[in-house]
Design a protein around this ligand. Structure first.
Ligand code: 13P
Ligand code: SF4
Length: 378
């Protein structure tokens, strides 16, 4: 779905193997921005196709603002990965168009095997998913049969099929806390920062896969401390895929929806945001008059790999969204045996969310001890 003129970038990511982390490479391409006139035409054409084909657009907060707006304008949704999964499962449409990255499309298909799930770009991946290949992960699990396997949503269907539980960042803390209360020891994959944060907060015994997100891993503690000095009244909103020293400075640590909640509810007018800068669109739209500043991704001498924007999320555009709707290409197919097995840990998470009363609007934001003296809803 790429045009010849699009810029193709090589992306380095962490590939953990046998206790060592090596650097592997993937690629992403950046769609050219359509002109104002073309944007309006494309948006109208997508809206008409969605209606004609009984399709819903399900978008993540990190994709292009045009797709976020269009999803909402056409009765779809823009949300975090937990809510994308729930919304897709519960929506009556015959087709879901998932604007995000591949694992989000796969999760939608696993939960709705009878729906057609299309993605604007098949190659839109995630460094966490790429950095946790099933062959190596299965060996890791086989070596630790006494542990409950908890995997993050940002994994392949095959990795989910090897797991006992799947979690998203919205719900990882209460689920791990629940497992700890049951006396379970955990094998966690793939994000080492999110895993480390949860282990610290819950005290659970967690054996970690050493993956990382190329966007959040780049936020820098030292530079953030400097920025805080320049904005002493600003509250700091951090996604827990960020390094420990960045999380330690946060007023709110949470998923994308929990970051939005924090911005709405905290008593401040200025915020420093350590997550993908695609979030700025919703943060600014929901909070007119408040100021949002991007957290620093590199020092003066360094260069950033992602510069706070996921190159795979950026592959979703209006043109490829329209193209897949018209052609029906880029349909997600998953081996039925893998899909059936992978649905168990996802259903477990969704059932837990219902029992725990974790709904779309409430979330379960983890707020730093500086704010609340403990963990709790923002
Ligand atoms: P959320 O579940 O918080 O939306 O995160 C998804 C993701 O990929 C963050 O990098
Ligand atoms: Fe994966 Fe990071 Fe991109 Fe999220 S932002 S999809 S974790 S690479």
């Amino acid at each position: 779905m790429n045009t010849a003129t699009e810029e193709r970038k090589v992306i380095d990511f962490d590939l953990p193997k046998f206790g060592k982390i090596s650097t592997a490479h993937a690629w992403a391409s950046v769609p050219n921005e359509p002109s104002q006139a073309e944007r309006a035409e494309l948006k109208a054409a997508i809206a008409a196709e969605l209606k004609a084909r009984d399709a819903a657009l399900v978008a993540h907060y990190y994709v292009h603002p045009d797709l976020q707006d269009l999803a909402e304008e056409t009765g779809g949704i823009v949300s975090d990965s937990l809510e994308m999964a729930r919304f897709g499962r519960d929506h009556p449409a015959k087709t879901l168009v998932v604007a995000g990255v591949r694992f989000m499309g796969e999760t939608a298909k696993i939960l709705s095997p009878d729906k057609r799930v299309l993605v604007p770009e098949m190659e839109a991946n995630c460094s966490l998913d790429l950095g946790c290949p099933i062959e190596d992960f299965a060996t890791f699990c086989d070596q630790h049969p006494d542990r409950t396997v908890v995997v993050y949503a940002n994994t392949s269907a095959a990795v989910k099929a090897r797991a006992d539980w799947m979690v998203t960042s919205s719900i990882a803390l209460p689920i791990v806390r629940h497992l700890k209360e049951q006396g379970k020891k955990i094998l966690w994959a793939p994000d080492r920062h999110l895993g480390g944060y949860i282990a610290e907060q819950t005290g659970a015994d967690m054996l970690m896969w050493q993956g990382s997100c190329i966007v959040h891993d780049e936020f820098k503690g030292f530079e953030l401390a400097e920025l805080k000095k320049q904005h002493p009244r600003a509250k700091v909103l951090v996604h827990p895929e960020s390094p420990r020293e960045v999380v330690a400075m946060a007023d709110v640590v949470g998923s994308t929806s929990q970051i939005l909640k924090g911005a709405r509810e905290l008593d401040a007018t200025e915020f420093i945001v350590a997550t993908d800068n695609g979030m700025m669109h919703k943060l600014r739209a929901q909070n007119p008059g408040k100021v949002f500043i991007e957290a620093p991704t590199s020092g003066k001498s360094a260069t950033c790999k992602s510069c706070a924007h996921c190159p795979w999320m950026a592959m979703n555009g209006l043109r490829n969204t329209l193209a897949v709707l018209k052609s029906g290409t880029n349909e997600i197919h998953i081996d039925p045996a893998i899909a059936t097995r992978a649905k168990l840990p996802i259903d477990r998470m969704l059932d837990f969310a219902v029992k725990a009363g974790i709904t779309a609007s409430r979330g379960a934001a983890a707020v730093s001890s500086a704010q609340t003296g403990g963990i709790g809803p923002a």
